[in-house]
Write a protein that binds this ligand. Structure first.
Ligand code: ADP
Ligand code: MG
Length: 265
């Protein structure tokens, strides 16, 4: 009746031993449908130009952030992009004519040796507000920063409050940066975060926590599947990707965190 599917009976027994519950951020705690909220341009770039360049590359990506940027740009025609590459968990790159474009997070900027010191203050402010900020670069020069926000699911806060109250150690894991992660965690009442995690490393982080106790993992994405398998009890959002659902011991059809609490109870 509550939309809780227990796929493995073993999960019922194992759950008793679980002390740590790890939550994926995007699509699990938050709705997973980010929207562009703030734009800041640098080096005489216009907002229109910034969005045209960004959307032309992001149009080639399936990431929710990409969709947010393309929606915001709201264009009929795009620039032709060559040499397009997705840089998993960091951003993307490609060429428009002779110009090399890089769009992504600070990790990517450091990796590409791009000086983004001028933008740092703006970015930190956005991140402290819980927004994920992408830096847009053309030929090593910063054109601007685009901040997206992803709202919390309605009952995330209540569910985490009640799980904390029951004595579970709640942890949030994300590919997003530390500041944004902290801001979101604070909004829902999670004290512990693991940020800047590359998609392939989520399972490894779960394994590290398992050295201390049994771990339940709650997630929805393709990149959560290995962590759902690695954890002692994998709880998948029924609204998530097929591969996550297949990897879960428990599936929450309604895709809300109150379901996780009910399943545990
Ligand atoms: P999440 O845990 O939110 O699913 P991902 O591993 O998918 O995180 O992405 C981590 C970070 O990489 C994002 O927060 C963003 O900064 C950057 N990123 C990912 N995809 C894109 C994209 N299409 N354009 C720009 N930046 C991106
Ligand atoms: Mg997710």
């Amino acid at each position: 009746k509550r939309g809780i599917l227990i796929r493995k009976g073993e999960a019922i027994q194992t759950m008793k031993e679980v002390k740590i519950i790890v939550f994926d951020k995007t699509g699990t705690i938050t709705k997973g449908k980010p929207e562009v909220i703030d734009i800041k341009t640098f080096n005489k770039t216009s907002e229109k130009e910034l969005l045209l360049i960004s959307a032309s590359l992001e149009k080639l990506s399936e990431h929710p952030i990409a969709k947010a940027i393309v929606n915001k740009a709201n264009l009929k025609t795009y620039k032709k992009v060559t040499g397009f590459k997705i840089l998993r968990g960091r951003g993307l790159e490609g060429k428009i004519g002779k110009d090399s474009i890089v769009i992504g997070n600070q990790t990517l900027m450091k990796e590409k040796k791009i000086d983004f010191s001028k933008t740092k203050k703006v970015i930190e402010q956005f991140e402290d507000e819980g927004k994920t900020t992408m830096i847009v670069v053309e030929n090593k020069m910063v054109l601007g920063a685009i901040a997206v926000a992803d709202s919390l699911k309605e009952d995330s806060k209540e569910a985490i409050f009640l799980l904390n109250k029951k004595g579970y150690r709640t942890v949030m894991i994300t590919g997003d940066n530390e500041r944004t992660a902290k801001a979101i965690a604070k909004q829902v009442g999670i004290k512990e975060i693991i940020a800047n995690v590359l998609p392939e490393d989520k399972a490894k982080k779960v394994e590290e926590l398992q050295k201390r106790s049994f771990v339940a993992f709650v997630g929805d994405g393709i990149n959560d599947a290995p962590a759902l398998k690695q954890s002692n009890v994998g709880i998948a959002m029924g609204t998530g990707t097929d591969i996550a659902i297949e990897s879960g011991d428990i599936v929450l059809a309604r895709g809300s965190l109150i379901g996780a609490l009910q399943a545990i109870n």
